[in-house]
Design a protein around this ligand. Structure first.
Ligand code: SAH
Length: 218
């Protein structure tokens, strides 16, 4: 069973995503176990402080090292061999090939979700990977962690069931995007499904699909 833990100040954000549809099914079937670690519980003092001002000046606050280190150590105590992954726009961009690799190995994952202007850089001494979901800035690492977790969990054995969809879909060969797809009815508001797809001629269908697969974005 894949263990995925998330260190976050907003654990409630994960309720909807982890407890619906495929993510919920994957837990029910024992393919994945999610754990939420509330960073606030590791905050300092009566106000459970987790953030502080950056040295050298600048706008905004950073997550302090003490609560972050304590939270990572607590998560590691649950799963000592887990890979620790921090969400950051500075990280390498997440790709389908990596989702596949991480779904296939048995290592657990601990996601650290940054907030505010980010985190004290010293946390990187406990981090194995820095990952970005794209070249834009979000308010926190929660949506990236959900995105990456989803991309991995759907590839865990048994989660997509007998469907071959993960084998033929976009990026699965690292290069191409999936061909266009249609379902019933054959004609809708005057828009018709391409004839070849109704032909039953599998060679012709394969050829059409190949021609209509697009190259992935650079
Ligand atoms: N000051 C930082 C951005 C902070 S955004 C900068 O300029 O790079 C707050 C947190 O949201 C980050 O620490 C990170 O954990 C998360 N985050 C924002 N955008 C992200 C992205 N594209 N990929 C992954 N994590 C992201």
């Amino acid at each position: 069973m894949k263990k995925i833990q998330v260190i976050t100040l907003f654990p409630e954000m994960f309720d909807g995503v982890f407890n619906s549809s495929m993510m919920w099914k994957a837990q029910k079937e024992g393919a994945v176990q999610f754990g939420l670690v509330n960073l606030r519980e590791f905050g300092i003092g009566p106000r459970k402080q987790v953030d502080d001002m950056p040295y050298g000046g600048g706008d905004g606050m950073l997550l302090k090292p003490e609560p972050l280190f304590a939270a990572v150590e607590a998560a590691k105590a649950n799963d000592p061999t887990a890979r620790v992954v921090i969400m950051t726009p500075r990280g390498r961009r997440w790709k389908q090939s990596e989702a596949k690799a991480w779904a296939t190995d048995t290592r657990g994952i601990i996601f650290i979700c940054g907030r505010y202007e980010g985190y004290d850089e010293r946390i990187l001494t406990l981090v194995d990977d820095e990952v970005s979901v794209g070249d834009y800035v979000l308010t926190g690492g929660e949506l990236p962690a959900m995105t990456i977790a989803d991309s991995i969990v759907r590839l865990l054995p048994g989660v997509l069931g007998g469907e071959m969809s993960a084998e033929i879909e976009s990026f699965s060969d690292g290069e191409t995007l999936e061909f266009p797809q249609y379902t019933r009815p054959e004609e809708f508001r005057g828009l018709k499904v391409p004839d070849v797809l109704l032909s039953g001629n599998h060679a012709a269908i394969d050829k059409w699909r190949l021609e209509h697969s697009e190259k992935a974005n650079p």
